[in-house]
Design a protein around this ligand. Structure first.
Ligand code: GCU
Length: 682
């Protein structure tokens, strides 16, 4: 077993171009580590492994700047005063986690310096430097000054204490609770390395639906062990806080957030946690959503619940990430409106250390959703983005779908809440409304599979999430390019077609699953494969028929002002655009409108024909992916080549399944023949 799959984007593949090796080697004649902290040791090890592997030789390590063309790293205070002075402008420009990578001349000798305000920032710089070499970039006259644009860059693991992962498609949970705290799996370290390499600085170890046991001493001891492993990599541990914990593990009669014993219980619990884990990040809470307990059980509201927990962790610098994913069976008129309706009136009432975590769209991680109307609508409240990296509605770990395209589309969306240019990215990075507390969460796709994510290309979604959390303005293509080079190959013959395949893959999935604004028509429960016909579940808003509303007259959910008026939750400019059939983007058509089967699309086709052709296009695109991949064989190791090849065959089969199932089902309403060019279902 070659371990290639396991190594993610940290392959550090040996360079086979002697000129390039010579060039890099001439600029790195030695490594100088100025500090001796745990994080510095980790950074040094990474540099040694990475550079030695890539350049095929051992680069000497020293602790002083003696010689020339040295790669010097250490935090600001470890630098010689003269170098500090030289970099003073750059130090002013970076934030706490930002780094500087610069070619400097010191005592008439050239060196490369990697630095930042603390050793974690330096570690980010080290990984960034390694990426330059991994991706064959020049390291001549370097002048990189880079800071993350968000503070909390965090994975949400939906891991249960019994080792299962909710919506996890890559094996079991990484956390081996049974063997912790004594047994430290190498995986924990490699997990931390991978995360640090892309700037992720937090991890919520437990599922938003998990029970309260994680907060008992038995488990906190294990959490502490993980926190100790992650600390040198700059990764803080957070936990989900089940709202009813005071009852379930605390022996109290209530979990009412206004009850003095409850308030005290959470204060004491926080104290206990911080005693073990002084840099504990805080709590993530799913309350009064999908059956989870919450303040509403006691006639209180989200503000009462969030602020009570916020007070408990505030003395220790902790935060509360309070989720806005709420919808109730008592108001099934339009689920898409509920989170906004419930939360926006609370704007300005949350404590300073509360951040409200909002999914990218108002329904639930669909292949395509318009951006969530809460973004930009709560200017006095920090909002953090919740993306789903695990592909619950996107073919699990079987389909190749490059999600940074989806993430980018959301981040770039213009909320118009403060006029043109008020993008979701600006809400998330705090710049639109001047917030200091900012963050992006990604529901993790990681598990115990050898390749971590089930599909080798799903690794790119973890990678891309981290890169976008660091810089929400990065584009998906840059991310794909970096990832391909560090994971597979720097050969242009490989990069070009594979990058194109990745870049198209999200739209491809939309085409064969939910074209033209269709959504939530997956089979219910597991959400894998088509199920537009399902109509018999207990709650109307769990049934696909609720979302597509197909009938003889047409198809789509009217959320315009003639329908549920969900459009009114957006800024007037956006509402107007979505309301009007002429300006509503066709990709969102059936999200916002119910239109007739004969409705004329912009290309002159009827809706029925256009929809059928989109499904067909999706299938054709997967055929192309298969061809593209088959042509890469000589550039890839056999293992990964074969894995992806087999997975693409499943994807092709299932793209056809989606097309046939949806078209046959919808055809009973449209009553129309399939247009020419669409394969007849067999
Ligand atoms: C989705 C998902 C659930 C999850 C929920 C959430 O509905 O299917 O498994 O618990 O989102 O985000 O809370």
């Amino acid at each position: 077993f070659s371990q290639r799959d396991y190594k993610l984007w940290l392959q550090y593949e040996k360079k086979n171009n002697p000129e390039l090796v010579r060039e890099y080697s001439s600029k790195i004649s030695g490594i100088v580590s100025l500090e001796n902290s745990e994080s510095s040791k980790v950074a040094l090890k990474e540099l040694e492994v990475g550079l030695n592997d890539m350049l095929g030789k051992k680069i000497p390590v020293q602790s002083k700047i003696e010689g020339e063309n040295l790669l010097v790293f250490g935090s600001k205070l470890s630098l010689d005063a003269e170098i500090q002075k030289k970099l003073s402008k750059d130090f002013e420009a970076i934030n706490k986690d930002g780094f500087i990578i610069k070619t400097i001349s010191h005592k008439n000798k050239k060196h490369i310096v990697i630095t930042g305000k603390n050793d974690i920032a330096v570690l980010y710089g080290v990984f960034s430097f390694l990426r330059l070499v991994q991706t064959n970039k020049s390291i001549d006259n370097l002048n990189i000054v880079d800071s993350p644009k968000t503070n909390i860059r965090i994975l949400n693991h939906w891991d249960n204490l019994d080792g299962t992962v909710e919506r996890g498609y890559a094996g079991a949970s990484l956390w081996n609770w049974q063997k912790l705290p004594e047994f430290i799996d190498q995986r924990y370290i490699d997990y931390a390395r991978a995360n640090a390499s892309i700037g992720i600085n937090g991890t919520v170890l437990t599922n938003v639906n998990a029970n309260a046991l994680i907060l008992t001493p038995l488990y906190l001891e294990k959490v502490e062990a993980l926190a100790n492993v992650f600390r040198p990599y700059g990764i803080k541990v957070y936990l989900t806080a089940r709202f009813s914990a005071p009852i379930e593990i605390g022996g109290l009669k209530t979990a009412d957030p206004k009850d003095a014993t409850v308030i005290n219980w959470w204060k004491e619990k926080s104290k206990e946690i911080y005693k073990r884990i002084p840099d504990f990040g805080g709590f993530l809470v799913k309350a009064n959503s999908e059956g989870q307990p919450g303040p509403q059980n006691y006639g209180r509201d989200h503000v009462d619940g969030a602020n009570m927990l916020a007070d408990a962790v505030a003395p220790f610098g902790g935060v509360v990430m309070w989720r806005a994913f709420v919808y109730s069976e008592h108001d099934a008129s339009d689920r898409a409106k509920q989170a906004y309706s419930e939360f926006v009136p609370y704007d300005g009432r949350f404590k300073d250390n509360v951040i409200v975590q909002v999914k990218n769209g108002a329904i639930d991680f669909q292949p395509r959703e318009p951006f969530h109307p809460m973004f930009g609508a709560m200017p006095k409240t920090p909002l953090m983005m919740e993306f789903q990296i695990t592909q619950e509605y996107l073919g699990f770990s079987t389909h190749l779908v490059f999600l940074p395209k989806l993430f980018q589309e959301v981040l770039e969306a213009d909320t118009y809440q403060k006029g043109k240019g008020s993008t979701v990215a600006k809400v998330v990075d705090g710049s639109l409304d001047n917030h200091k507390l900012t963050g992006i969460a990604g529901v993790s796709n990681i598990g115990s599979d050898i390749n971590w994510t089930g599909h080798p290309f799903a690794q790119a979604n973890w990678y891309g999430f981290g890169r976008l959390a660091w810089d929400p303005y990065l584009d998906a293509e840059t991310i794909a390019d970096e990832w391909i080079r560090s994971t597979f190959s720097n050969d242009e013959n490989f990069i070009k077609p594979v990058k194109e395949m990745m870049m198209d893959s999200r739209e491809t999935a939309v085409n064969y699953m939910t074209p033209l604004g269709l959504h939530h028509i997956m089979d219910t429960g597991h959400h894998y494969g088509p199920g537009p016909w399902v109509s018999d579940l207990g709650r109307p808003d769990w049934n696909p028929v609720y979302y597509h509303k197909a009938d003889k007259n047409g198809i789509g959910f009217d959320r315009s002002k003639t329908g549920s008026n969900a459009t009114s939750q957006y800024a007037p400019e956006v509402a107007k655009m979505y309301d009007n059939l002429a300006t509503c983007p066709e990709k969102d058509l059936l999200w916002f409108h119910h239109v007739s089967w004969d409705y004329k699309l912009k290309n002159g086709r009827t809706l029925w024909d256009g929809m059928a052709l989109k499904y067909q296009q999706g299938v054709d695109q997967v055929e192309e992916m298969v061809k593209t991949w088959n042509a890469t064989e000589k550039y890839v190791d056999t293992e990964r080549f074969k894995e992806v090849q087999m997975l693409l065959q499943i994807q092709l089969k299932e793209a056809k399944w989606w097309r046939d199932a949806c078209l046959l089902y919808f055809q009973q309403y449209s009553g129309k023949q399939l247009p020419e060019g669409v394969e007849k279902p067999t």
